[in-house]
Ligand binder design. Structure first.
Ligand code: SIN
Length: 560
């Protein structure tokens, strides 16, 4: 990997000189995973919930489709497990999938009854829809197509009512503080006045979400820069499966405007993809046609766009009766109308956009990383639930299920352990030059490189070229920044290097990773996770067999 040495910490500091506060548990991130983890932990512990901007600006709040779980009379756990494994193309960790599916319905029930989220109902039961890759209707939704916003708002209300949680907005985590024992807390910067302080904790839960912002075309909000994955790597955690960045097939394609998600649930209710000649091009490509798993749909879209020399295709929602369309998809109708499209009459111009990271910080089934005291859940984590491609609407569910599992793990891991951090003696000083570049300019450059070189279709030659360019951009790691934008850029450059390296190593096609020069899936060589870790400033990689992703994590004998 042509990346300059990665510093252990992004800033120089002397621990004892920094102001500090102490909590029992700190949760970083305010999407479904972070909010749920904080609420769970608050039942027993004093919790700080940190977010780098404000609550309500996360990818969760933009989620439209819904939450998948077994609810219907015709559905069974085995079917949801099968669909998830099929989407994951041989790289899922089956025990994680089973935990997700089996605990899912109960977590959804709690969201409704304990938290008070209002979901769309029909005859006293959850109204269920379907999305790509699901063999049954099992996706529950709220406000028609505003599921994420309802989930986020109801969880935030519960957080605000909770006297055991201190909500810290505009607080940017620069790094995870570790000593010889494991994680002892966080180095954080006030994102308004740029003052650094230390927050100590017995446990830190990372729930920082995804990294869609590494690409120029994405459904993700601006804050999704993959900070959690990069800082966890620097702190000694393992990172896996980062070559599997999922592109969502349908983002609203209007020139010069940021992409906006057009939910797959529209296709679940009958909308069809159409090419520039009016053909339903998914017909015959996959038995589920328009509702094939996302990687299949995106690949076919890219093929058709190339053939027709177009940068977008269309979604035809006019087949859904107008009244139903407006009742079921009010936000999409409104957003498209603002852009001059009446989707009851007009085709919607769509193209794929970077959407979801299947990989991340490796954890066991209870969210434990290999660093004692450091946990992760939600999109930042890699439990192996998603394998090479996430099944639609499994992600909100993942946040709920694994947040609960982490709380159970905390109870076990804290047993018999002394709380509090006595020594404040970490000093980190390395020679750095003052940053001579504008963070936002280099960020734009990374986004374009990632989109052009490791987007939908990858080749060894392009990846080798990308490796060189990202390696040069990696020089930002030697520089000293004094702002969250600078640290985000440094985090993005580390992630970009790992993603390019994993995509370059994986000489096969599988799930979201499509190599034009290796179009077949090669189970013999590649039914493995590519796992990264940092040692003496170098990022090293190994390949690890499926069903052994976190098998060596033994810092606590008693695994949940
Ligand atoms: C969608 O509504 O299409 C997005 C759902 C998801 O990404 O799971």
């Amino acid at each position: 990997m042509k990346l300059t040495r990665v510093p252990r910490y992004l800033i120089n500091f002397s621990e004892e000189e920094l102001p500090h506060e102490t909590y029992e548990v700190i949760v970083v991130g305010s999407g479904v995973a972070g909010l749920s983890a904080a609420l769970e932990a608050s039942k027993s512990y004093r919790v700080a919930l940190i977010t780098k901007t404000e609550v309500g600006r996360t990818a969760t709040s933009r989620a439209q489709g819904g939450i998948a779980s077994v609810q219907g009379d015709d559905d069974r756990f085995e079917l949801h497990v099968q669909d998830t494994l099929a989407a994951g193309k041989g790289l899922c960790e089956e025990p994680a999938v089973k935990a997700l599916v089996q605990e899912g319905p109960e977590r959804v029930r709690e969201l409704l009854t304990d938290i008070g989220a209002h979901f769309d109902m029909e005859n006293g039961r959850l109204h269920l829809t379907t999305e790509g890759g699901h063999s049954r209707r099992r996706v529950a939704h709220a406000g028609g197509d505003a599921t994420g916003s309802e989930v986020e708002l109801s969880l935030v209300e519960a957080i605000r009512r909770n006297g055991n949680i201190d909500l810290m907005e505009h607080t940017f985590v620069v790094d995870i503080l570790t000593d010889g024992e494991g994680c002892k807390g966080l180095l954080v910067m006030d994102a308004v006045i740029w003052e650094v302080r230390v927050l100590y904790a017995r446990a830190v839960v990372l729930a920082t979400g995804g990294m869609g912002q590494l690409f120029s075309v994405t459904t993700n909000p601006e804050l999704c820069t993959g900070d959690g994955v990069s800082m966890a790597l620097r702190a000694g955690a393992e990172v896996a499966d980062v070559e599997f960045l999922q592109f969502h097939p349908t983002s609203l394609h209007i020139a010069e405007t940021p992409r906006w998600l057009i939910s797959e649930a529209l296709r679940g209710e009958g909308a069809r993809l159409v090419d520039h000649e009016g053909r339903h091009f998914m017909e015959g490509v996959h038995p589920l046609a328009d509702l094939a798993p996302r990687d299949t749909v995106v690949n076919e879209m890219v093929r058709v766009m190339k053939e027709q020399e177009a940068d977008h295709l269309f979604l035809d929602a006019t087949v859904i009766p107008e009244e139903r369309l407006k009742a079921r998809f009010p936000s999409i109708c409104r957003h498209c109308l603002d852009a001059g499209l009446d989707i009851a009459r007009d085709y919607i111009p769509v193209s794929p956009a970077a959407h979801y990271m299947s990989g991340g910080v490796v954890t066991d089934l209870s969210g434990r990383t290999c660093v004692k005291g450091l946990y992760a859940c939600g999109e930042v984590a890699c439990t192996g639930v998603h394998g090479a491609n996430r099944l639609a609407s499994n992600s909100l569910l993942e946040g709920l299920v694994f947040a609960k599992r982490i709380n159970r793990a905390l109870e076990k891991d804290f047993e018999g352990e002394v709380s509090g951090t006595e020594e404040r003696n970490i000093v980190f000083q390395v020679k750095r030059k003052r940053a001579g570049v504008k963070a936002w300019t280099v960020r734009g450059f990374i986004q374009q490189i990632m989109m052009d070189f490791i987007g939908f279709r990858r080749t060894g030659a392009k990846l080798t070229e990308a490796e060189g360019v990202i390696g040069r951009i990696g020089e930002v790691l030697d520089a000293e920044f004094y702002s969250p934008a600078g640290y985000e850029l440094q985090n993005m450059s580390i992630l970009a290097a790992m993603m390019v390296e994993a995509a370059r190593q994986r000489e096969e096609s599988r799930g979201c990773h499509f190599r034009v020069d290796f179009p077949e899936t090669d189970d013999w060589h590649w039914r493995k996770h590519i796992v990264f870790r940092m040692e003496d400033g170098k990022i090293l990689s190994t390949a690890r067999p499926v069903n052994a992703l976190a098998a060596s994590y033994g810092w606590k004998e008693d695994r949940t």
